[in-house]
Design a protein around this ligand. Structure first.
Ligand code: ATR
Length: 284
C-alpha cells in the first residue's frame, strides 16, 4: 500500500456546495507549504461522519449548519467557550481524541474590535440563534455590554437571562441606546437582498453597524447605515478570522490572513459580477 503523508481536513455540513471554506483553507495551506487538503463533506449521518474522523485520521474539520449544536455530545472534549455558546464550529483530532472549539466568537470580536473599542461599549444584537450567542459571548468576553433584541420575545429573553445581559423586543429598536448594532439574523442574505432587519430611519443612532452576512458583502442594512453616517463592518472579516483561528487550532501556526481575505473577497466579487452578467444576458 502506498502511504501518503497528505493530511486531510474538511467541512461537515448540509448543504456545503456553496461554502467558501474549501477555497480559503486550501489557499492558506498552499501558501503555508503544508502537505494538506481541505474537502467539503455533505453529511447525512453526523454520528457516522464523526466516527469517520477517527477511522480515516482526518486531522480536523469545520462544522456548519445544521450540526454546530448536535455535534457537541459526540466529542471527547469541548472547549469552555464552545460549551458556553452551545455550538462547535471546529473539531481537532489528535490521535483519535476529538476536541471541539468555537472560533465564530473570536472572528466576530476580532473584526468588531478592529473597528471600535468594545470594552465599556453597548451593542444591540439582533437575533437569538447560534450567531447571536457567539456575538453575546464575544462582546462579554471583551468587556462590552450586549443587549439582545429579538423578534420572538421568549427566545430573546431566555438568551439574555442565560448570559446575564438585557433583552429588548426588536420593535423597540427606535428607542434603544447603544453604540453599535450587530445583525446576526439571515435577513438580507442572498437571495433576499432587498430585505433589511432595521428601518433606515433607526440607523443614525448607532456609531457602528455590523452585519455577520457576507453574501452579499454590502447588504441593504450596511448600505443604509453608511448613508446614515454610521461606520460599517461586513461579515467577510468575521468569516476569514474564524477560519484563520481554525488553522491556528489545527496546525499551531499563523495563517496568511490577508491572502485569505483577498481570495474570498475576489470570489464573492466574481460571483456578484457573474450574477450581474447573467442578468444582462437574460435581458437580451
Ligand atoms: P443562526 O443559528 O444561524 O443564528 P437561527 O438559529 O435560525 O440561525 O436564528 C436566526 C435568528 O434570526 C432568530 O433569532 C430569528 O428570530 P426568531 O427567534 O424570532 O425566529 C431571527 N430572524 C430570522 N428571520 C427574521 C426576520 N425576518 N425578522 C427578524 N428576525 C428574524
Amino acid at each position: 500500500m502506498v502511504m501518503t503523508k497528505t493530511e486531510l481536513y474538511g467541512l461537515f455540513g448540509n448543504p456545503v456546495a456553496h461554502s467558501l471554506s474549501p477555497l480559503m483553507h486550501n489557499c492558506a495551506f498552499r501558501e503555508m507549504k503544508l502537505d494538506a487538503i481541505y474537502v467539503p463533506f455533505l453529511v447525512e449521518d453526523l454520528e457516522g461522519a464523526v466516527c469517520a474522523l477517527r477511522a480515516l485520521n482526518i486531522r480536523g474539520v469545520s462544522v456548519t449548519i445544521p450540526f454546530k449544536t448536535a455535534v457537541l455530545p459526540l466529542l471527547d472534549e469541548v472547549d469552555d467557550s464552545a460549551r458556553a455558546i452551545g455550538a462547535v464550529n471546529t473539531i481537532l483530532n489528535r490521535d483519535g481524541k476529538l476536541r471541539g472549539f468555537n472560533t465564530d466568537w473570536v472572528g466576530l470580536a476580532g473584526c468588531l474590535g478592529e473597528a471600535i473599542e468594545i470594552r465599556g461599549r453597548t451593542f444591540a444584537i439582533i437575533g437569538a440563534g447560534g450567531a447571536a450567542r457567539a456575538a453575546v459571548f464575544g462582546i462579554l468576553e471583551k468587556g462590552g455590554r450586549p443587549i439582545v433584541m429579538n423578534r420572538t420575545v421568549e427566545k430573546g429573553e431566555a438568551l439574555g437571562r442565560e448570559f446575564g445581559c438585557s433583552f429588548r423586543p426588536l420593535n423597540d429598536i427606535s428607542t434603544i441606546e447603544a453604540d453599535g448594532l450587530i445583525n446576526t439574523t439571515p435577513v438580507g442574505m442572498t437571495p433576499d437582498e432587498a430585505k433589511t432587519p432595521v428601518r433606515r430611519g433607526d440607523l443614525s443612532r448607532f456609531r457602528i453597524v455590523m452585519d455577520v452576512i457576507y453574501n452579499p458583502l454590502g447588504t441593504r442594512l450596511l448600505r443604509e447605515a453608511a448613508e446614515a453616517g454610521c461606520r460599517v463592518v461586513d461579515g467577510l472579516g468575521m468569516f476569514v478570522r474564524q477560519g484563520a483561528e481554525q488553522i491556528r487550532i489545527w496546525m499551531g501556526r499563523e495563517p496568511p490572513v490577508s491572502l485569505m481575505h483577498q481570495i474570498v473577497r475576489r470570489q464573492l466579487e466574481n460571483k456578484k459580477k457573474g450574477v450581474e452578467d447573467s442578468r444582462v444576458q437574460g435581458a437580451e
